[in-house]
Design a protein around this ligand. Structure first.
Ligand code: MSP
Length: 651
C-alpha cells in the first residue's frame, strides 16, 4: 500500500466531566484545518478525535452529580459531537475509551508488555493531582503550601497516593528518548517546546506507576482485577486503537495509517505525548508519530480559559453571534500556536469587519457588481497575460511558496498573515487598474482582463482559505463558477497554472456581516450625563431622546471578577468584568469610598458597554458601571433581579 499519500491526524481525547469550551474547540479546529490542508493536496485523510472517559476526575464528577460513571459520561457525548458538527469539524472517527475494542486492545497491550518485562509490580508512594490526572516528580513536589505540594500545571493541592502498583520501565527509555529527540529535531512544532521536553528527560526519568487499586472506574488490569489502568496509560493508546491496533482483522488498516502524521495538543499535556507516549511505543515495537503540534492556551485576562475557573466561553453562543467560519478564522489566525493568546470579542469583531468583510467580502462584491453592471458575467480565458497580470500572478506564486513553508510547520497564523498580504495586493491591483472608470468600459477587453485577474486571485485565496472557512470559501468559488476539488493536488495545480481559467460569475449576498458598526458610531448622549463622578442629587434638565438614540447605548450585564486598588487614588478601583461571550473588560470606577472589595466581587451589574475607552490615572477604562445615589449620598450598584448570562444586552 502507498504510505506516502496519507495523513493521519489526531486531537487529544477530551475529558467528559463538562461540556466542551472554546479551548477544547481550539485543539480540534487546528486538527481540522491541518486535515483539510492535506486533503487539498489530494492526500487520504484520517482524522481522529474522541473522549477520555475513565479516571479519578471523571469518577469524582459522576459521584458529585449522583450518577453512575457510565451514565454520566454518556450524558456529555452529544455536547461534543454537536459542537464539532456545528463548527464543521470533518472528523473520520470519534473514539471513546469505554469502547469494547479499546478496552480489549489495551488489555492485550498490557499483557504483551508484562510478558516482555516492560511492566512489573511494586509499591508506590507519590503526590498526585486529580485535576490533571498526573503524578508529580520529586522536584515538582518541592513547591508546597502548608506542607502539601502544589501541581505545577494547574496550581491545585495534590494528594498523596500510596499503594501497590504496576510500573512501566520508563527509566530504561531515557537515553533512547534523548537520542530520538536529537535525531528528530522537527518532532515538535514549535521547536522551543522540544527543548523543554529534553530538559525534563535529562533531569532523570523514574518508572511510571500505571495502575491504581483505590479506583474502580478504569480499564481492569489483565489477570489482576484489583488494579485498574492509570488513565493516561490507556488513553494514549486510543491513537493506535482508533486505526485498528489490537484487532487481527484490521492489520492492513493499522499498517496503512500508523504512525500518525500529526498529533495536536495544548502545552499542558506535552509531557504525556512527548515522553510517555514515545516510550510506550518504543516498548511495543511500534513507530513513533511524525510530529506533535503543541499550541498555547486561550486566555481570559491573565488566566487560562477553563470550566473550573468559571471563565469559559461557550462556543455555541459565539457561533450564534458571529457565525461558524468567522469564529474558525479568528481562532486559527489570531490565536498564535506559539503563544498563549488572549481572547477578546471586541478584537474578533474588528477582525471580522476589517479582514473578512472589507478585505475579502468587499473585494468579491466589487468584482461581481462590476461584471454585472457591464454585463460580462462570462469571462473567457486569456492565453497571453499582460505585464500587470503577470506581476499579480507572480506575487501569488511567491506568496504560495511562503504559505507552504509556514504550513509545513502548521504555523497557521503566519501562513494566513502572509496570504492577507497578497489579498491587500489584490485589492491594490484593482484600485490601480480602476476598471470602473469610463476608459475601461470603452475598452471591454481590458475590463474583462482586470476582472479575470481579480477572479484568479480570489479563487487562489479561496482555495488556501478553505481549510479555515470551508463553507464560505465554497460559496466564494461558486460565485466564480468554480469548485474546490479534493481529488487531485490542487495546491500543485495552483503553483503551475498560468491563470488561464474561464469564469462564470454569479452575484451572491455579502459573504460576511459587519459587527457593532451601528452601535459604535455616533453616540449622541452627552458623555457627562453617564459619568458616575458627575452624578449629583441636583435635578438636571436632560432633554428627551428618541428610542433610536437610546438604542445606541449598549447596556450589558457583567460579573465583577476582580477588584484592584490604584496606589495613587483613594477613589478609583480597577475592575475586571466578565461579559461572557463578549470577553473580559477592564473598567475603572470611582466607587472605592462606597464599596469594600468583597461587596463587589462576584456581583452581577449593568454596564455601559460602548462608551469610548478613556484613561483614568494611567489605567484604560472600557465601559462604565451604572450606579444610583441614595438619599444619604451612598452609591448603590444597579443589579438584575435574578441571574442572567453575562454579556446579555438590556433592552
Ligand atoms: N484527556 C486529556 C487528553 C488525553 S489525550 C490521550 C486532556 N483532556 S482536556 O479535556 O483537559 O484537554 C483537551 C485539550 O484541550 C488539550 O489539548 C488542552 O490543552 C486543550 N485546552 C483546554 N483548555 C484550553 C485553553 N484555555 N486554551 C487552549 N486549549 C486548551 O487533557
Amino acid at each position: 500500500m502507498d504510505h506516502k499519500n496519507k495523513f493521519y491526524v489526531t486531537t487529544p481525547i477530551y475529558y467528559v466531566n463538562a461540556k466542551p469550551h472554546l479551548g477544547s474547540l481550539y485543539s480540534t479546529l487546528l486538527a481540522d484545518a491541518a486535515a483539510r490542508w492535506h486533503a487539498l493536496q489530494g492526500e487520504k485523510v484520517f482524522f481522529m478525535t474522541g473522549t477520555d472517559e475513565y479516571g479519578q476526575k471523571i469518577a469524582q464528577a459522576a459521584h458529585k452529580a449522583d450518577k453512575e460513571p457510565q451514565e454520566f459520561v454518556d450524558s456529555f457525548l452529544d455536547s461534543f459531537k454537536d459542537l464539532w458538527h456545528a463548527y464543521n469539524i470533518n472528523y473520520t472517527f470519534f473514539a471513546r475509551t469505554t469502547s469494547k475494542h479499546h478496552i480489549k486492545a489495551v488489555q492485550d497491550w498490557l499483557k504483551k508488555l508484562i510478558e516482555k518485562g516492560e511492566i512489573y509490580k511494586s509499591f508506590y508512594t507519590a503526590w498526585y493531582c486529580v485535576h490533571c490526572e498526573a503524578y508529580l516528580t520529586d522536584k515538582e513536589a518541592e513547591n508546597q503550601r502548608n506542607g502539601i505540594p502544589l501541581c505545577p500545571t494547574c496550581g491545585r493541592e495534590t494528594q498523596q497516593v500510596s499503594e501497590e502498583s504496576y510500573f512501566f520501565r520508563l527509566s530504561a527509555y531515557q537515553d533512547r528518548l534523548l537520542e530520538f529527540y536529537k535525531n528528530c529535531p522537527d518532532f515538535i512544532t514549535p521547536s522551543e517546546r522540544l527543548h523543554e521536553v529534553v530538559r525534563f528527560v535529562e533531569s532523570g526519568l523514574k518508572d511510571l506507576s500505571i495502575s491504581r487499586t483505590t479506583l474502580s472506574w478504569g480499564i481492569p488490569f489483565p489477570d489482576d482485577e484489583m488494579h485498574v489502568t492509570y488513565v493516561w496509560a490507556e488513553a494514549l493508546n486510543i491513537y493506535i486503537t482508533s486505526v485498528g491496533y489490537g484487532d487481527p482483522h484490521r492489520k492492513d488498516e493499522f499498517e496503512f495509517w500508523w504512525p500518525a502524521d500529526l498529533q495536536v495538543m495544548g502545552k499542558d499535556i506535552v509531557r504525556f505525548h512527548a515522553v510517555y507516549w514515545p516510550a510506550f511505543l518504543m516498548a511495543s515495537g511500534l513507530a513513533l508519530p511524525k510530529k506533535l503540534l503543541v499550541h498555547g492556551w486561550i486566555k481570559i485576562g491573565e488566566q487560562k480559559m477553563s470550566k473550573s475557573l468559571g471563565n469559559a466561553i461557550d462556543p455555541h453562543l459565539l457561533r450564534e453571534t458571529y457565525g461558524t467560519d468567522p469564529v474558525r478564522y479568528y481562532l486559527i489566525r489570531y490565536m498564535a500556536i506559539t503563544h498563549d493568546s488572549p481572547f477578546s470579542s471586541g478584537d474578533l469583531e474588528n477582525r471580522i469587519n476589517s479582514d473578512l468583510a472589507d478585505d475579502l467580502g468587499n473585494l468579491l462584491n466589487r468584482v461581481l457588481i462590476l461584471a454585472q453592471k457591464n454585463n460580462v458575467m462570462h469571462i473567457e480565458k486569456f492565453e497571453n497575460l499582460e505585464l500587470s497580470e503577470i506581476d499579480l500572478r507572480d506575487l501569488f506564486w511567491s506568496c504560495l511558496e511562503v504559505f507552504e513553508y509556514d504550513m509545513s510547520d502548521y504555523f497557521f497564523h503566519r501562513a494566513y498573515a502572509n496570504l492577507w498580504a497578497f489579498l491587500k495586493n489584490l485589492n491594490h491591483y484593482l484600485h490601480v487598474q480602476e476598471p470602473w472608470k469610463k476608459s475601461a468600459k470603452s475598452d471591454p477587453e481590458k475590463l474583462k482582463r482586470v476582472i479575470s485577474a481579480a477572479c484568479h486571485g480570489l479563487y487562489a485565496v479561496a482555495v488556501l482559505l478553505w481549510p479555515v472557512m470551508p463553507q464560505t470559501m465554497e460559496k466564494l468559488a461558486e460565485c466564480l463558477g468554480l469548485t474546490i476539488p479534493l481529488e487531485n493536488n490542487i495546491i500543485e495545480q495552483l503553483k503551475s497554472e498560468p491563470w488561464h481559467r474561464e469564469f462564470n460569475l454569479t452575484v451572491c449576498p455579502p459573504l460576511f456581516e459587519k459587527y457593532g458598526v451601528e452601535e459604535r458610531e455616533g453616540i449622541v448622549i452627552p458623555k457627562e450625563t453617564l459619568q458616575p463622578e458627575k452624578i449629583t442629587t441636583e435635578e438636571k434638565i436632560i432633554p428627551t431622546i428618541s428610542i433610536d438614540v437610546f438604542n445606541q447605548v449598549e447596556l450589558v450585564v457583567g460579573t465583577i471578577e476582580q477588584v484592584e486598588d490604584i496606589a495613587k487614588s483613594d477613589k478609583l478601583y480597577v475592575l475586571q468584568v466578565n461579559f461572557g461571550v463578549r470577553g473580559f473588560r477592564q473598567i475603572c470606577s470611582g466607587i472605592k469610598k462606597h464599596f469594600a472589595k468583597e461587596d463587589l466581587l462576584g456581583k452581577q451589574g449593568i454596564f455601559v458597554f460602548n462608551l469610548a475607552p478613556r484613561k483614568m490615572i494611567g489605567y484604560e477604562s472600557n465601559g462604565m458601571m451604572l450606579l444610583a445615589e441614595s438619599e444619604d449620598g451612598t452609591l448603590k450598584m444597579s443589579t438584575i433581579d435574578g441571574i442572567v448570562t453575562n454579556g446579555t444586552r438590556l433592552r
